[in-house]
Design a protein around this ligand. Structure first.
Ligand code: HEM
Length: 464
């Protein structure tokens, strides 16, 4: 085993990298990789060193080849208890097997109409000539879609502000200025997080109580395969159940067969879905509207595709399969603006990476955004070019050079849901509105738990 730790970029004498990182984490990453290359150490005075890996070979190693040597970080467990995102080992395997069928393509396909309806309802609030912040609009919309499809609960546009604030508040746990401090310090951001989580817990408890008071039949498909793809095996598609996630989790709890989920696990699961499932997709959509507003040639081709495939009619699931250029736009937006810019893990023992030692029980960060913008893998990496996504290009691309949904067995369970939702929202809004970016400068990014813009994404609406 090598004894040398990875290099650390230059920093201040006492605060080391904490000041630079808290001020602008993306700028810090750029500086660190240019000084040290694709593996380096962040020296943070109040907490242990953090190691950053920025090459797809390392992603493969951590997420697949040597997956058992790396665990999830403790902050996820502290934040989200026994939800799928945070649990490990046997508990994760059991939960993932139970939850996977609820996210198969055949299952989420049934949500298409609700997704369209939610989008149309939000559009009733929009007027040509308005300037709207698309980060806020998309966050509200994806929360409305998530509550409608997964929880069976309608959020009314312009109302339920307290719940919307609570959903946003779940991100406070990961505020950079707070994250670099030990977990027991009750920073204002952490207090906001606790309050938000408590409010959401009350909400899911009351939804579960309502659901529990209605009769439920104890039937749930049990043939999910952890870590597999998102598509349900062909021979079992006749068992599909159109009801929402909350109802189905309730059924799992009431079911006699197999190991059950506890009430606390179900609550944690639902809160985890709010955290993992709405701002991520909202971010992808908000940046997509930004690039469409700033690339008229791409917008024109997008409009032509909508016109040819949909005309004036609302999209159906089958129509969406024909929106190939739209799909390339989403793929490229997820590359250039990956909502999850960093995937964290913790070493379970000392590991050696590229001749450097990373000590046991230390946090490592896989820098997704860095690899997605690396000229070794993408020509002209900072340009938005949906046409780069040809079959030949994908075949040649390193398997781990495009990981917006992670990789290996912990890959995103909501991938199909998110991609369907993104297409529905783009098509439904794109049929009615165009957008204008009125600033004469490019957007600047800010990493919260998801990739955000520094000043929002205000776009001026005009009718199509
Ligand atoms: C564009 C949208 C989305 C992006 C970019 C995204 C990204 C990711 C990534 C990178 C991971 C892996 C995290 C890791 O390995 O530590 C992940 C896991 C996860 N995602 Fe997503 N996600 C999106 C949408 C969704 C949606 C819509 C849901 C649910 C409705 C969801 C639920 C989850 C859950 C529960 C996990 C944990 C899976 C496990 O550990 O087994 N995500 N997501």
């Amino acid at each position: 085993m090598a004894s040398q730790l990875p290099p650390a970029p230059s920093g201040y004498p006492v605060f080391k990298h904490a000041v630079d990182f808290a001020r602008d984490p993306f700028e810090f990453v750029d500086k660190a990789t240019s000084e040290c290359g694709d593996i380096y150490r962040m020296d943070l005075p109040a907490v242990d060193d953090v190691f950053v890996l920025a090459h797809p070979d390392y992603f493969n190693r951590v997420l697949v080849a040597d997956v058992d040597a790396f665990g999830k970080t403790e902050d996820y467990r502290r934040a989200f208890g026994n939800g799928l995102l945070s649990v490990e080992d046997q508990q994760w395997r059991r939960q993932r097997e139970m939850m996977q069928p609820l996210f198969y393509r055949e299952q989420i396909k049934g949500y298409t109409e609700q997704m369209v309806a939610c989008t149309e309802r939000r559009l009733e609030q929009w007027e040509a000539g308005d300037t709207r912040d698309m980060e806020t609009e998309m966050r509200d919309l994806t929360l409305e879609i998530l509550f409608a499809t997964l929880f069976g609960r309608e959020l009314v546009p312009g109302e339920d502000q307290e719940l919307r604030d609570a959903a946003d508040g779940l991100n406070e746990w990961f505020t950079p200025s707070s994250w670099i401090l030990p977990h027991w310090i009750p920073t204002p951001a952490r207090r906001r997080f606790d309050h938000s989580k408590e409010r959401l817990r009350q909400e899911v408890q009351s939804l579960l109580a309502e659901e529990g008071s209605q009769s439920v039949s104890p039937s749930i498909a049990d043939d999910g395969v952890a870590g597999g793809g998102q598509q349900r095996p062909e021979d079992s598609s006749s068992n599909m159940d159109p009801s929402d996630l909350l109802t189905q989790l309730q059924r799992i709890r009431n079911s006699d067969d197999g190991e059950q989920l506890t009430t606390e696990e179900i609550e944690d699961q639902l809160i985890t879905m709010v955290f993992a499932g709405h701002e991520t997709t909202a971010t992808a959509l908000a940046f997509t509207w930004y690039v469409l507003a700033t690339h008229p040639d791409i917008r024109e081709r997008f409009d032509e595709e909508l016109e040819t495939v949909l005309g004036d009619l609302p999209p159906t699931y089958d129509d969406l399969q024909d929106l190939e250029f739209t799909e390339n736009i989403i793929t490229e937006a997820l590359r250039l603006y990956p909502p999850i810019h960093t995937i964290p893990r913790r070493t379970k023992s000392d590991v050696e990476v590229n001749g450097f030692r990373i000590p046991e029980d230390h946090e490592i960060h896989l820098s997704v955004i860095h690899v997605h913008r690396d000229g070794q893998f993408y020509d002209d990496p900072l340009s938005f070019r949906p046409d780069r996504w040809t079959d030949e290009f994908e075949e040649e691309l390193h398997d781990f050079a495009y990981v917006p949904f992670g990789g290996g067995r912990r890959t995103c369970i909501g991938r199909e849901f998110a991609l369907l939702e993104a297409k529905v929202v783009l098509a439904t809004i794109g049929q009615q509105f165009e957008f204008e970016w009125e600033k004469n400068r490019d957007i600047e990014l800010e990493p919260r738990v998801t990739t955000q813009s520094k000043e929002g994404i205000p776009l001026k609406l005009s009718p199509r």
